[in-house]
Design a protein around this ligand. Structure first.
Ligand SMILES: C[S@@+](CC[C@H](N)C(=O)[O-])C[C@H]1O[C@@H](n2cnc3c(N)ncnc32)[C@H](O)[C@@H]1O
Length: 251
């Protein structure tokens, strides 16, 4: 019997993510997706966006003609996804509980896997993705490696103030445990009263070798990785990395 409960840590920050974060992520990831996989996908391909968040990428993929399913474990994030991508199939579920028979030509996951806090769980998600893919299906995901946490993360402070909400975040990274944190304070104006909410979102940093081993253990082959700064020349700073691999049943 599985006892995994849904990953709901993004519920309190869904509004802030939708307003202030999602577009920046989309602008950085879309050119990489175009370069790495979209040019090879047929127009009506079945695509799964795992950890789809507030759905901006799902909508872009729909506009390109793909049949898109979005899955996220946060009900708050998925509520915005329904607004942002009304034509998509959206499912509230946890990547650790994914149980599809082979359905998808491509599975994409942007920024979700650093929230998986053990290599064992990450490996079991990769196995679930492998099962969900059709033969020759592509798996692409975007994940932060240590360079990102060391160069662009630790002690970074961000924030914004709007009419009805304000937030501040301070990031930290512990290179011993390889655990990073986003320490967030959000103020929301609810019925003319400002309400404060403090929350911490944890991330786990894996090495490239750990990820490649987990992918191979799960059955994937033709594994490549691309640093978005060094290899793709998309981001200003190194660290965020795209992995691309394939399910090859009949090679
Ligand atoms: C940084 S956000 C990225 C959202 C979206 N992919 C984007 O590009 O804007 C990470 C998302 O992954 C989701 N997530 C994290 N762990 C998950 C899990 N185990 N199963 C499903 N979704 C998960 C979170 O709820 C959140 O919406």
């Amino acid at each position: 019997m599985t006892t995994t409960t849904l990953y709901t840590e993004y519920d309190p920050l869904a509004h802030v993510y939708n307003e202030d974060w999602a577009l920046g992520v989309l602008q950085e990831t879309l050119p990489a997706l175009e370069k790495l996989i979209l040019s090879n996908l047929v127009k009506d391909a079945q695509v799964l966006d795992l950890g789809c968040g507030t759905g901006q990428l799902v909508q872009k993929l729909l506009e390109k003609g793909y049949k898109v399913t979005g899955i996220d474990a946060s009900e708050g994030m998925l509520r915005y996804a329904h607004e942002n991508a009304p034509g998509a199939k959206l499912i509230l579920n946890d990547a650790r509980l994914l149980d599809f028979s082979p359905t998808f030509n491509a599975v994409i996951s942007i920024g979700a896997f650093n929230h998986v806090m053990s290599l064992e769980e990450l490996t079991s998600i990769f196995k679930n993705v492998y099962q969900a893919l059709l033969d020759n299906g592509i798996f692409l995901f975007y994940i932060f490696l240590e360079e990102e946490y060391q160069l662009n993360w630790d002690d970074k402070i961000t924030g914004n103030v709007k009419e009805d909400y304000a937030w501040a975040a301070r990031n930290s990274y512990d290179s011993e445990t390889k655990i990073a944190a986003i320490n967030l304070t959000i103020f929301s104006l609810i019925e003319k009263t400002w309400q404060r909410l403090d929350s911490t979102i944890l991330e786990k940093c894996y090495t490239k070798e750990e990820i490649i081993t987990a992918l191979k253990t799960s059955g994937f082959s033709d594994i490549s990785s691309y640093d978005s700064h060094h290899d793709l020349k998309i981001s200003q700073m190194p660290g965020s990395t795209y992995f691309v691999c394939y399910k090859r049943v009949h090679s």
